[in-house]
Design a protein around this ligand. Structure first.
Ligand SMILES: Cc1cc2nc3c(=O)[nH]c(=O)nc-3n(C[C@H](O)[C@H](O)[C@H](O)COP(=O)(O)OP(=O)(O)OC[C@H]3O[C@@H](n4cnc5c(N)ncnc54)[C@H](O)[C@@H]3O)c2cc1C
Length: 377
């Protein structure tokens, strides 16, 4: 490989955000190199729960989530293979009047963004989903939400991006960024040096570290959502399930396994390792068995976690850096970026190539947090 490469856009990070960005750029014939330190989809994008829901999101995310939902609906055509996305619906349950009021409030506000939910009382819940446990005050069902297979999705985007002309370098981390006459001169482990007009920071939990290479500081923390999977059971739980208030969520895949999420494990961004905590897994399981009593018989086969960046307001930073021309950030997805990522890539490509996007990023701009400035080369 030559000691220097030139490109229009250099994307840092081969999670779903980076790979979706590379694909969107390549589809518009824009020279693009993506650099991934490990393997595409090795981190949060490949190990997450697989929830593809708009229900319960902050309203600021809904324009992006709506665009993402349209992309999920035609993902197979976009990436050339089934990512196992299914619009199974998302059912969010309330245990008391206060939680029910929260469901009603969200459903009312989301209507402004054209997101429709059905509000259901206890009798309707029991009639439609007889495997639910007793004692729910009500629920809200969003029929267009669903779930997908995270293990497949990012590699599919990476493959499609490659096929459309993007160059993907795996096993190489970006270690230094300088300004150059062209835009950026970027050093990567083991070379080559890359010159690019535009730099995209899609480095996930390491987004603040990549931003720091350009002198910008962001107040992010690292979180490790705690996950479990059961042995295969008869397929009954079709919708993706969540609760107001409690952090427990679960879904069943047609081959039978039930995937559970809830609480936090531990993660170390320096070693890039995360691990679940037994106490968290047991608490998740106890709560899940209250939601679906049949799960009391399920054997858990495996628990795991992953590394994710979280911003102080639980919203990602997406868009141009307020201080460094040509630098775009998209990180800090705070535990819910898998669903958004296909649209994040599409919107970043528009911002880079057209200077604007019809999809609003209001409330998600990097400028609400970034401090510092690029240190001159
Ligand atoms: C356990 C778990 C469950 C989750 N469940 C859901 C869910 O159900 N629904 C949902 O919407 N979201 C969920 N999320 C969140 C979602 O997975 C993330 O928000 C999303 O995958 C973020 O994608 P990303 O591409 O930004 O980050 P990542 O997938 O982390 O990718 C970033 C990549 O950047 C690379 N990188 C970092 N630094 C460098 C460098 N210097 N040079 C080169 N490469 C670098 C990393 O190696 C990594 O591969 C979950 C997250 C976790 C961890």
């Amino acid at each position: 490989m030559s000691a220097r490469l030139e490109t229009e856009v250099l994307v840092v990070g081969g999670g779903l955000v980076g790979c979706a960005t590379a694909l969107a750029l390549a589809r518009r014939r824009t020279p693009c190199i993506l650099v991934e330190r490990d393997r595409c989809g090795a981190h949060a994008s490949g190990v997450n729960y697989g929830g593809v829901r708009r229900q319960g999101r902050a309203l600021a995310e809904l324009p992006l989530a709506n665009r993402a939902r349209r992309l999920w609906g035609r993902l197979e055509r976009l990436v050339g293979h089934d990512s196992e996305f299914r619009a199974t619906g998302h059912l969010r349950l309330a245990r008391d009047a206060a939680e029910l009021a929260e469901l009603e409030r969200w459903a009312r506000e989301a209507r402004r963004f054209d997101v429709r939910c059905e509000l259901l009382g206890p009798a309707e819940l029991a009639a439609r989903w007889p495997w639910l446990g007793p004692g729910f005050a009500g629920g809200s069902f969003c029929p267009d939400d669903g779930q997908a297979n995270p293990r497949l999705t990012t590699p599919l985007f990476a493959r499609a991006a490659r096929e459309q002309g993007a160059r993907i370098l795996e096993g190489r981390g970006v270690i230094a960024v300088e300004r150059s006459s062209r835009g950026f001169r970027v050093a990567i482990e083991g070379g080559p040096e890359i010159e690019a007009r535009v730099l995209v920071n899609g480095a996930g939990a390491w987004g603040p570290a990549v931003a720091a290479l350009s002198g910008e500081a962001f107040p992010a923390e690292v979180i490790a959502p705690n996950m479990l999977v059961s042995e295969p059971l008869p397929y009954r739980i079709v919708p993706n399930l969540g609760m107001v208030g409690s952090g427990v969520y679960l879904r069943q895949i047609p081959s039978g396994s039930v995937i559970f999420g809830g609480g936090r494990g531990v993660a170390d961004p320096l070693t890039r390792r995360s691990r679940p905590l037994t106490i968290t897994s047991l608490a998740t399981l106890a709560e899940a068995r209250r939601i679906v009593p049949d799960l009391a018989r399920a054997t858990i086969l495996r628990t795991w976690s992953g590394i994710e960046g979280r911003m102080p307001d639980d919203l990602p930073v997406i868009g141009p850096s307020p201080r460094v021309p040509g630098l775009f950030h998209a990180f800090g997805f705070s535990g819910h970026g898998f669903m958004l990522a296909p649209a994040v890539g599409a919107v970043l490509a528009e911002l880079i190539l057209d200077g604007h996007s019809a999809t609003s990023l209001a409330g998600l701009e990097p400028g609400r947090f970034a401090t510092g400035a690029l240190v001159a080369a």
